[in-house]
Design a protein around this ligand. Structure first.
Ligand code: APR
Length: 194
């Protein structure tokens, strides 16, 4: 039986953690980056600060090769001094009121990050709550999109992947816990009426 903050899907699982993503010992942590890949505030700033200059050097080399990236895209670099092995830099949508395809773009951002992880044979990935800080996506709307997208992806994977959502504050954690509870309720076997 899963703990309240966990959901098992085939050989994989999703776990919610309240904490700092830069301390996670996983194959990759995901950065909520911007398209320039040149760093910023929030989780992006924390990752570059803790990881040191090697991450920015990799980002610069990528931008030189392929130019800046757009919302919905993800790229992978080394992780410098971080305990994680890699950083997946993903660019979420900026919230513009919800009618400009933000949900679809957020879904794509998680999918592209997961595809990149599988392509690189990574099996433990930590996500922050992409777009819900500086990009102003309301967390109670972003949390179900994030969790449903990851759950759908894991349903298709034979090999187990450990996904953690590392949520920086209580408000964000609670929004993700509420969304996880709803997903769990929707997949419980329906009780038969006698
Ligand atoms: N660990 C985990 N989560 C964190 C951390 C951390 N160390 N620091 C901040 N967060 C959380 C925020 O509290 C928020 O819930 O990450 C979530 C995403 O917020 P932002 O980092 O602001 O990311 P986003 O909304 O996607 O905006 C991206 O911010 O700094 C810039 O370069 C970045 O321009 C880009 C934009």
């Amino acid at each position: 039986m899963d703990q309240e903050n966990e959901l098992t899907i085939r050989a994989s699982f999703i776990k919610l953690i309240q904490g700092d993503i830069t301390t996670q010992e996983v194959d990759a942590i995901v950065n909520a980056a911007n398209g320039s890949l040149m760093g910023g505030g929030g989780v992006d700033g924390a990752i570059h600060k803790a990881g040191g200059p090697a991450i920015l050097e990799d980002c610069k080399a990528l931008v030189e090769m392929q130019g800046p990236i757009s919302a919905g895209m993800a790229v992978i670099t080394s992780a410098g001094n971080l305990p994680a092995r890699h950083v997946i830099h993903a660019v979420g949508p900026i919230w513009m009121g919800g009618t400009l395809g933000e949900a679809e773009m957020l879904r794509l951002t998680y999918e592209e990050s997961l595809k990149l992880a599988v392509e690189n044979e990574l099996s433990s990935i930590a996500f922050p709550s992409i777009s819900t800080g500086a990009y102003r996506y309301p967390v109670e709307k972003a949390a179900p999109v994030a969790l449903e997208t990851v759950a759908e992806f894991l349903k298709e994977q034979k090999k187990g992947i450990k996904i953690s959502f590392v949520l920086f504050n209580e408000e964000t954690y609670n929004a993700y816990q509420a969304a996880l509870n709803k997903i769990k309720a929707s997949i419980l076997p329906k009780k038969k009426h006698s």
